[in-house]
Design a protein around this ligand. Structure first.
Ligand SMILES: Nc1ncnc2c1ncn2[C@@H]1O[C@H](COP(=O)(O)OP(=O)(O)O)[C@@H](O)[C@H]1O
Ligand SMILES: [Mg+2]
Length: 407
C-alpha cells in the first residue's frame, strides 16, 4: 500500500496549506489595529506566535502594508533603530499603491538610498542617525495614506538579553522610544506588533519600568476549542492514509486535554508512525495512548517550558519550580500550600507570591480550578515535570490547620 502521512509540521512555523487559521484571533487583531492599538503576542515557544504573525502579515488588505521579521540577532540600541528604520522602508517597498511609491521616491532622495535589498539598505552617504531619522520617518508616514505594520518577532528576547547584560539602560531607552512613538496622538497609521517567548512583563518589571509596555494590547494564543481541534485534524489528515473515527478523535482530545496545535501535530505524527509500522490505518484508543507516551519520551518537545522559566525567573526559579513539582506529584496545589512554601526561609516571597501564580497561569503552566486550587493545564507538561523530577520530598512543613481565611 502506498502510505500517505498527514500534512504535519513540527519544526518551523506553519505556513500556507499547513497553517490552521483561527478567525477569532485574526478578527481580534484587526479590530485592535483599527482602534490604533499596538499588539503584544507573548506566549511560550511553540504555541504558534510566528505562524500567526506570518499569516497576518501575508494576508492583509490593500490599505495595510506589513512586514514580518525575526529580530533576535539585534544586540545593541543603535542596531535596533537601524533595523527598524530599514524595516519600514523594506515594508513600504512591498506595496503597489501609488501614494506609497511616490512617498518612497522622496525617501530615496532624502536619505540618499541607492538600493533596497532583503538584507538592508545601501546608502550613498555615510551612516544616518537612525534613532532620530526613525522618528521623523514614522511621523511622515501619513503621506503614504496606508497603514504600516511591523511584526517584530523575538522582541522580548532582545530586551531580556539586553536587560541582563550591561545594556540595561539601552533596553530602557529602546522601550522609552517605542512608547513615545506609540503616543504620537495625531498619528494612527503605524503599528508595531511585539512578540516573544520570554515573559516580557516580568523582564520589564525586573528593570523597574512596568509602565513602558502597559499600553500594549495582549492577544492570547490559547488552545484550540474542541470544534477547532476537529477541523484541524480533518485538515491535517484529509489526504492521509490513517483515519480517525469520531470516538477516536474525542479520545485524543481527552488525552491531550490542552489542545495546542503543536501537541496535535506531535500526536498525529506519532500516531501515523505507529499505524504505519503495523500497516493499520484505523486508529484505536490504545494507539492514541501509545502515541502520547512516545511523544512524552522525547524530552526536547517540552524542554523549552522549563528552560524559559529558568531564564526569566532567574533567582526565583527555585520557588516557582517547587510549586510546579508539588502540583505534578500531588496533582494539584492549594493556595495555602503555595503560601507555606512562599514563607519558607529559602524563598521569603510572602509579599508577592500571587504575582508568580498569576504569571504561571497567564503563561500556560497552571490553571485555577476550583478557586484557590492550581493544576497543570496540560497533561503533557505535568508528565514532563514528573519525568524531570521523579523524586519529590515535601521539605516544607505544610500547615494542616488553616492559617488563612480563604474567601
Ligand atoms: N496555526 C497553526 N497551524 C498549524 N500548526 C501550528 C499552528 N500554530 C502552531 N502550530 C504548530 O506549532 C509549531 C510551532 O509554531 P510556531 O508558530 O513556530 O510557534 P512559536 O512562534 O510560538 O514558537 C509548528 O511547527 C506547528 O507544529
Ligand atoms: Mg516563533
Amino acid at each position: 500500500m502506498n502510505w500517505l502521512s498527514p500534512n504535519t509540521i513540527t519544526g518551523d512555523a506553519a505556513t500556507a496549506g499547513r497553517y490552521f487559521r483561527r478567525e477569532r484571533i485574526n478578527e481580534e487583531f484587526w479590530r485592535e489595529i483599527k482602534k490604533g492599538n499596538h499588539i503584544l503576542f507573548v506566549a511560550p515557544r511553540r504555541v504558534g506566535k510566528t505562524s500567526i504573525m506570518m499569516d497576518l502579515a501575508e494576508n492583509c488588505t490593500d490599505q495595510y502594508v506589513c512586514i514580518y521579521q525575526n529580530i533576535e540577532g539585534v544586540t545593541s540600541r543603535s542596531e535596533f533603530y537601524q533595523r527598524l528604520f530599514t524595516l519600514v522602508i523594506q515594508c513600504l517597498n512591498r506595496s503597489r499603491v501609488q501614494s506609497v511609491k511616490s512617498y518612497l521616491q522622496s525617501c530615496f532622495k532624502k536619505y540618499a538610498i541607492e538600493e533596497i535589498t532583503t538584507s538592508g539598505l545601501k546608502l550613498k552617504t555615510s551612516e544616518l542617525n537612525y534613532e532620530l531619522e526613525l522618528q521623523n520617518l514614522i511621523l511622515s508616514l501619513e503621506e503614504t495614506k496606508v497603514h504600516t505594520i511591523l511584526f517584530l518577532d523575538e522582541f522580548a528576547e532582545v530586551i531580556s538579553r539586553m536587560s541582563k547584560s550591561d545594556q540595561k539602560e539601552d533596553a530602557i531607552a529602546i522601550l522609552h522610544t517605542l512608547r513615545e512613538i506609540r503616543s504620537y496622538k495625531k498619528f494612527k497609521n503605524f503599528s508595531i506588533v511585539y512578540a516573544g517567548s520570554v515573559g516580557l512583563e516580568f523582564v520589564i518589571r525586573n528593570i523597574d519600568r512596568p509602565k513602558l509596555i502597559n499600553d500594549l494590547h495582549p492577544i492570547q494564543t490559547d488552545a484550540l476549542t474542541n470544534h477547532e481541534t476537529r477541523q484541524f485534524i480533518q485538515q491535517l489528515t484529509k489526504d492521509a492514509t490513517i483515519s480517525l473515527s469520531e470516538p477516536a478523535i474525542a479520545y485524543l482530545i481527552k488525552v491531550v486535554e490542552h489542545t495546542l496545535p503543536y501537541y496535535i501535530q506531535l500526536m498525529l505524527e506519532e500516531i501515523d508512525h505507529l499505524a504505519r509500522q503495523q500497516n493499520k490505518p484505523e486508529i484505536s484508543t490504545s494507539d492514541i495512548d501509545n502515541a502520547f507516551e512516545n511523544v512524552l519520551k522525547k524530552n526536547k518537545n517540552f524542554e523549552d517550558w522549563l528552560e524559559r522559566l529558568k531564564d526569566y525567573q532567574s533567582v526565583n526559579f527555585k520557588f516557582v519550580n517547587e510549586i510546579l513539582k508539588h502540583a505534578a506529584h500531588r496533582e494539584q496545589i492549594t493556595i495555602r500550600e503555595i503560601y507555606d512554601i512562599a514563607c519558607h526561609d529559602s524563598y521569603k516571597r510572602q509579599d508577592d507570591y500571587m504575582d508568580f501564580i498569576d504569571q504561571l497561569t497567564n503563561d500556560g503552566y497552571l490553571i485555577e480550578s476550583p478557586r484557590h486550587v492550581y493544576k497543570f493545564i496540560s497533561p503533557f507538561l505535568k508528565r514532563f515535570w514528573l519525568r524531570k523530577y521523579p523524586v519529590y520530598y515535601e521539605q516544607f512543613n505544610l500547615s494542616t490547620t488553616s492559617l488563612l481565611s480563604i474567601g
